[in-house]
Design a protein around this ligand. Sequence first.
Ligand SMILES: [Zn+2]
Length: 233
Amino acid sequence: MIRPPTVLVHHGVGDAAPESDPVGLVVPPDKLRSQLRLLLRLGYRFCTAEDLLADSGPLPPASGTACITFDDGLTSDLHVTAPLLEKLAIRGSFYVCPGLWGRQHASINGDAGRLLDRDGAAELSERGMELGSHAMTHSDLRKLDDAALEDELAESKSAIEDLTGRPCRVIAYPFGLHDERVESAAVRAGYELGLGWGPGHWRREAVPRMPGPPRHGALRLGLKLLGIRRSAR
Ligand SMILES: [Zn+2]
C-alpha cells in the first residue's frame, strides 16, 4: 500500500459545547487520540514540520510520514494537547499569532477559545513542542498591501524566535489562504516551508494539509486517508 505523507491540521482540543464551538474547530481528546493511534497502527512515522525539511531530498519526504499540526495557538495546546501527544511520544507543530497573545479566538467562544499568552507559548516550546508562525494577527495575507504583508511575516517570525531561541522556519498561512505573492514574500522573509490547507501537490511554499475531523475519530480519518471522505470534517 502506498501511503503519501500526511500533514494533519487541527485547532483546539477539548470538550467544547456546540454553542461555544459553532464552526467545529475543537476536537474532543478521545477523538484526537483515536486518530493518532490509527496512524500509529498503520505504521506512520510521526515527525514535526521542520523534520520534513531535514530530508535533503525533494519534497514530499518518504511515504508513511505523518505530521500533526495545530493552528491558532489556543490554551488547549499547552493544557490538553501537549500532554496527550507526550503520552503517545509524538511531537506536534503549533502555529501561533504573536499579535494576539492572550486574546479570544474569533470563532470559538468561552474558555475553549482562549488564546495562549506569550508565557504559555514559551512553555509549550520548552516542553519540546515545535512552534511556527501563523502570522501576527491572523489576517488573510492575500488582502494586505506589500508593506503590511512583510510586517506580518517578519514580525511574527522574530517574535517567535525571541520566544524559542531558535530559527522560526515554518509558516502556516492564516485560513490556509495564500497566493504566489504571499508565497514569494514568505520565502523572502526567510520561511523555508509554508503550510496550506486542503489537497494539492507538495511544494515547499504550499504544503497541503488534511483537516483532521473534529467531531469524529479513527474511522472518519481512515476514510479521509483513503480519499473516500476527502472534504468531510
Ligand atoms: Zn488559523
